[in-house]
Write a new protein. Structure first.
Length: 94
């Protein structure tokens, strides 16, 4: 499973990141996090397939599934925080 992220569009598409921090921008960090999540889910799928073929220990499958579950839950929490922040910005009077 591969997650592809294209250019952002919408009301904030022309906004550039704040410079001077010297670190990665939000888009780079978010892209990297999505790629790690995709890799964790892929690893869990492969472990499940290998378990069905009886070529891997059940403990390894459980560990891979737990890692994937934790990663997805973290991404959902980040998404929820982003949506809450956006809603707060929308409600801010101009």
């Amino acid at each position: 499973m591969t997650v592809k992220i294209g250019a952002l569009s919408g009301p904030l598409s022309g906004v550039s990141p704040v410079s001077g921090g010297g670190g990665k921008g939000f888009e780079a960090v978010f892209r990297e996090t999505l790629q790690q999540a995709s890799a964790a889910v892929g690893k869990a799928e492969m472990a499940g397939r290998d378990a069905a073929l009886s070529s891997v220990d059940a403990h390894e499958v459980a560990a891979a599934l737990t890692d994937a579950e934790t990663t997805v839950e973290s991404l959902v929490a980040i998404r929820d925080k982003l949506v809450a922040a956006y809603n707060e910005l929308v409600r801010t009077p101009i």
